[in-house]
Design a binder for this molecule. Structure first.
Ligand code: NAG
Ligand code: NAG
Ligand code: NAG
Length: 454
């Protein structure tokens, strides 16, 4: 009975959240828990119950789990090689339409500005900017990137969810570094009347597939898929697989890759700071899998201490290398079957906890990137939060944000026991359709060629 109540409750929340999903994506992890106190207590109670159950289960099967995880050492690199010249035919990806095929071909084009920047630095950190359709935000981000020192030594990849001329124009105007555009060819936004978009025969809301003779399987709260809602998780996963395993420009890249979104303002010192952080990371913080440009609390600009900080993985400017990607990729089925439409919550609840130990990210004490929201929505006029309206941003770049402000001799302050989503959480739903699960699994396989020797 308790479980039933919680799913109805969570469903209401899901509906509420999905309404302003695009407006407010990056604040997701902070907004969601902001609900009435009574509701929170009820919900937490259910979560605790679930947690206890899961722990018990883990305890009971503990022996078996141990023997599995010790065998699971890095062998994926030996078993597989990658085909970057095209997709593997044996996987049943959705049928292309004219636009998706055109974009897939376009993804093979070499980067622009190779004439201006013919040589990339050996130790470059590749930058991936993933975007949907907010041109006035993208302008701000691109403008901030143009002032980042060191960016001219690296490659910027812009990954698009959907095809929008206004977005293209902004990217085509970039002259400050090599830039490559890629488009998720199976974005729901490119398929107006078939999967991964909406097909005429799709079930809606809480339709019963048998009574209505429609297609679709529901999430844990009884709701059918919404293409707009699932598109972000699909894009993120497609992009990850593509930039690590599917592009000529990056499959040989042995360093780190930095990931940013269309509403992240990047300070001029971000790249140089990040280079120091990624170099210090293995030495100073063995439990750090990544480096971050900003605190995991998106409202914070940092503590301004004289120390580095290790904390839970944040989603502004996270940066990691191929070793970590291989670990993530090995958890493809956990990622793809977890019933939550948020890629970041999916990672926090299923992927990171499965690494078997603390998972931290290293950052400086002062943010080198900041998420800007819509003015007013988060009372965004305070001194610490930034806000943008019609392309006008009130983000102050101070002198200290223009130069390297991290000292290699600093110690590391570890923030343990932080709040947040953990293993055991059942997910917010929105990701229950078997076709989405399959597409997600296919994205994980599409560049993999099982070598004949294994
Ligand atoms: C790689 O993809 C291309 C294009 O789809 C295909 O012609 C080729 O056979 C593939 N190579 C392997 C090893 O699967
Ligand atoms: C990159 O920009 C710096 C100045 O910001 C300049 O000194 C350097 O020569 C440029 N490098 C390339 C490859 O354009
Ligand atoms: C990748 O990052 C991890 C975590 O910081 C580190 O342990 C590992 O040595 C790095 N791998 C390479 C090839 O640099």
């Amino acid at each position: 009975m308790v479980v039933v109540r919680s799913s109805i409750f969570a469903h209401q929340l899901f509906v509420k959240m999905s309404r302003n999903y695009y407006i407010d994506r990056a604040m997701a992890s902070y907004k969601k828990p902001r609900i009435r106190d009574g509701a929170v207590r009820r919900f937490l109670f259910v979560v605790c119950l679930t947690l206890v159950g899961v722990l018990l289960l883990f305890f009971l099967v503990g022996m078996n789990m141990n023997s599995i995880s010790s065998n699971e050492i890095d062998n994926s690199a030996i078993e597989f090689s990658f085909n970057t010249s095209g997709l593997i035919k044996s996987i049943k990806l959705p049928k292309h339409n004219h636009l998706s095929k055109m974009l897939e071909n376009r993804n093979q084009l070499p980067p622009r500005n190779m004439d201006l920047y013919p040589v990339l630095a050996k130790d470059r950190i590749v930058i991936v900017l993933y975007v949907h359709n907010r041109p006035q935000y993208l302008k701000v981000v691109v403008d901030s990137l143009s002032r980042v020192s060191g960016i001219n030594e690296t490659l910027l990849i812009v990954s698009h969810d959907g095809y929008f001329e206004e977005m293209n124009k902004i990217v085509e105007g970039i002259k400050f570094c090599q830039v490559k555009q890629i488009f998720a060819p199976f974005s729901p936004h490119l398929f107006p009347n078939s999967f991964p978009g909406v097909s005429p025969n799709d079930c809606k809301d809480k339709d019963n597939p048998i009574l209505k003779n429609c297609e679709g399987s529901t999430d844990q709260y009884g709701n059918h898929r919404s293409p707009k809602i699932v598109s972000l998780k699909h894009h993120w996963w497609w992009m990850m697989n593509t930039v690590w395993d599917g592009l000529k420009e990056t499959t040989g890249h042995s360093g780190d890759i930095l990931f940013i979104e269309e509403d992240h303002f990047i300070f001029p010192n971000a790249y140089e700071n990040l280079k120091i952080l990624t170099e210090l990371k293995p030495k100073k913080c063995p439990d750090c899998y990544a480096a971050n440009l900003a605190p995991s609390n998106v409202k914070s600009r940092g503590e301004n201490w004289d120390s580095l900080i290790a904390e839970r993985m944040g989603n502004i400017g996270y940066t990691f290398n191929r070793t970590v990607w291989r670990k993530i990729h090995r958890k493809a089925s956990e990622f793809c079957f977890f019933d939550d439409y948020n890629w970041d919550i999916t990672m926090w609840v299923t992927v990171y906890p499965s690494f078997g130990g603390a998972v931290y990210s290293l950052r400086g004490p002062r943010a080198s990137a900041v998420h800007f929201g819509k003015c007013g929505l988060h009372q965004g006029q305070g001194e610490n939060t930034a806000c943008v309206d019609n392309g006008m941003v009130n983000i102050n770049t101070e002198e200290i944000d223009k130069v390297v402000n991290i000292k290699p001799e600093w110690g590391v302050h570890v923030m343990s026991n932080q709040d947040g989503y953990q293993a055991g959480f059942r997910g917010w739903g929105g990701w229950g359709d078997k076709r989405d699960h399959q597409l997600c699994l296919d994205f994980a396989q599409m560049y993999l060629v099982r070598s004949k020797t294994s």
